[in-house]
Design a protein around this ligand. Structure first.
Ligand code: ADP
Ligand code: MG
Ligand code: MG
Length: 201
């Protein structure tokens, strides 16, 4: 089947940067309801730095692109989402190893390793109203198609609305977190929408 290389991974990160910049106000608005109103700014700053770093010295493999992106997110985003998304991408990149080209199934395996690492770092499980509610079904559905991955991430983000937050700042609100969509699950859906977009090019 089709394989995806370093240039594809760079385009993916660039498309995520554009999407989080475009949606920053909405992400911040969601975070103002159940957090501290910085999620949009956090990710806009982080992914802009990722784009800049990748443009300066593009890594040679898709794994290295993701490892570098994760490292930049960890060093530029102060909020919880920086280390969490940084860990997702770094672990996924490490899992790809030195390979120059990856299949969609290979990418799904690598991202599944990344999602597991996010769970270990943050101690959250699906249902806790976090990014994992979008990421977990998305990597599973990615085995079927890029479109299925995007759709599962969006459904997962929407499904956070009735949940009560058990991790992160939103958990401080307890029952008052119910009725709001989780900002991190919403940004995770942008990652998978960007992936579908870039794969269709
Ligand atoms: P902060 O909460 O530090 O301001 P952000 O606003 O950038 O960081 O990110 C908040 C998002 O991070 C939440 O909407 C949630 O999806 C995610 N998040 C927070 N804590 C955890 C955790 N322990 N595990 C997984 N995701 C988490
Ligand atoms: Mg916040
Ligand atoms: Mg914050």
């Amino acid at each position: 089947g089709t394989t995806y290389g370093a240039a594809f991974a760079v385009r993916w990160m660039g498309t995520v940067a554009a999407a989080v910049a475009r949606e920053a106000d909405r992400l911040t608005e969601l975070d103002s309801a159940i957090g501290d109103a910085d999620h949009g700014a956090n990710l806009r700053r982080g992914f802009a730095a990722v784009s800049e770093t990748l443009a300066k010295e593009p890594p040679a493999t898709p794994g290295a692109v993701l490892v570098t992106s994760g490292r930049v997110l960890i060093s530029t985003v102060g909020g919880a989402s920086g280390p969490l998304y940084g860990t997702l991408l770094r672990r996924a990149g490490k899992s790809l190893g030195e390979t120059g080209e990856v299949t969609r199934a290979g990418l799904a395996d690598a991202l599944a390793a990344g999602v597991a690492a996010v769970g270990q770092l943050g101690g959250a499980v699906p249902g806790d109203k976090t990014m994992l509610d979008a990421l977990t079904p998305a990597v599973e559905a990615l085995r079927e198609s890029f479109a299925a991955g995007r759709a599962a991430a969006e459904a997962g983000a929407l499904a956070t609305v009735p949940l009560r937050a058990r991790k992160g700042r939103a958990s401080y609100l307890g029952e008052r977190s119910v009725g709001h969509q989780d900002p991190g699950a919403t940004s995770s859906a942008l990652l998978f929408a960007a992936l579908e977009e870039v794969a269709a090019e």
